[in-house]
Design a protein around this ligand. Sequence first.
Ligand code: PRX
Length: 651
Amino acid sequence: MSTPHTHDRFAPSEEFSAHAIAGPELYEEAAADRLGFWADQARELVSWSTPFTSVLDWSNPPFARWFHDGELNVAYNCLDRHVAAGRGERIALHWEGEPGDSRSISYAELTEEVCRTANLLTALGVGQGDRVAIYLPMIPEAIVSMLAVARIGAVHSVVFGGFSADSLRSRIDDAGAKLVITADGGWRKGKVTPLKPAVDQALAARGGAGPQETVEHVLVVNRGDNVIDWVPGRDLWWHDEVPVMDAEHHPAGFPAENPLFILYTSGTTGKPKGILHTSGGYLTQAAFTHRTVFDLHPEQDVYWCTADIGWITGHSYVVYGPLANGATQVIYEGTPESPAPGRWWDIIEKYRVTTFYTAPTAVRSFMKQGREIPLARDLSSLRLLGSVGEPINPEAWRWFREIVGAGTTPIVDTWWQTETGAIMVSALPGVTTLKPGSAQTPIPGIDIDIVDEAGAPLPNGQSGLLVVTEPWPSMLRGIWNDPERFVETYWARFGDRYVAGDGARRDEDGDVWLLGRVDDVMNVSGHRLSTAEIESALVAHEFTAEAAVIGADDETTGQAVVAFVIIKSSQLEHAHQVADVAAVLRRHVGEQIGAIARPRDIYVVEELPKTRSGKIMRRLLRDVAEGREVGDTTSLADTAVMQTISSRLRH
Ligand code: PRX
């Protein structure tokens, strides 16, 4: 994505700065003593049952240990301590269901529900280190489940409800989950989308070759009232089991490096990576960034992050950051257009949301729908906006501030990743003079650089690779089951620096502009998808001989998945009998991975552009898909291929 030069500057108002949580001194403190700074944050924002004495152990890079001799209970930090401090009546969650039902849950109530659930998990034989897969819609039980797992020192693996049975199965197997928590279904786009059938399918007999079944129970929330199959003995209803449990539960302290969760994300290969996060450092950076970047005044603010808990943003900025900070927040089950466009603005109006964190793709689709829709609502409670997931183009930035933020709210554009665990580069709203389209400045305590292919630091103005130069508290601790892949993917290239996989440059002021991925990872509506994963889904279909997938620029979704496929000659006749081969393959990708991975366009071609060594030249396919003149084809083994492909696409 391009980064048009912009001269717009938006300094924080005096009033905002006067009341801001974070001032410029944070940068100075962190620069003077980086580890001391993080130790201070860890002591101030997190309660430890055993205080730590060691801040960072980097004796075995890239395997970091933060605060490792300390002990804490993550759920206690998100719940009990707020109640103990007399804030039990404060609302933790204003939950809004898509059909219009709602629940407001106080910290005291949430604590009780988590305690009961933790007792149930223990009764089901789940203990420290065991993995629990969570496959739920955005309902309060999703958050309760995550915290209950954390409370007993077990490890959650949340799988986004939009992923298919196959994706769920591979994640359950890779993690060796003992328990799956799901719902019968959830509300989406005005109807119930079933979830339990995908769990049943994922757990169905594997026919010998697969790994041993590890799942002992499936705990099912009744949300959709849809008819589901039931496996007696294995399946348990949440409403039968949880309410009868004791509401008291002792939160034991666990080591700071106790694994907290695994979250699978797409990489450059066909197999998603189980990104592993641990407890003390993760919670410290999630809480610190949530407090400072979103300028949280927990007694006044109503915060809303629109991310699903199936993504890292939902983990760090719906669950752990906000709850550790005692925030009051909104969560919403459904889509922005249900029952009609404007639902999000209705929710902001209803709960008087002050702080709103969403993705550029959502902003762009609201722009398309027209400003009348937000302008018809009272959005005057908003005082801060946030953006995440992909670069926000300056036009969307200005619209967001003008139309949603009444021309006054700061916008924090936050760059980070599943792997980084928490925000790494972002403005601080009371300090930074904002520039639309730039993520701007590493947060205090984070050191990054932009380097060339050989790892040499680049001066301002030059584009290169974004690297993180020092370990940070919420960094991934590894890839589940695959330590070599962890080293290989992020560290092998430059030894001691973390390679994010993003291109970036600094402008003349030193502000950071993100330029998109430099690898075969696509970013569609702020969701990470792997070209290789979609290609392997496509070639798993009987029709397909070969497939190449690219991310093409898309006005609304940032990038869109475009696939080029070659049909097997033995299948040509069969494929021709099918009315719409592309539709069949799209559906197939949806079944293999999930609806989000379905290609926008599938082109059936006779050949793919390859170099003499057999590498597919995706750059050329991108040219065709984006309607550009095809670039230099001289390194192709057969230079005529692109002509054939382009002419096919034109009609
Ligand atoms: O390419 C960057 C983009 O999203 C990638 C990380 O995706 P994921 O792990 O799914 O996490 C998304 C939510 C943190 C990054 O490598 N990205 C994320 N935020 C931004 C961004 N690109 C530009 N600007 C951002 N603010």
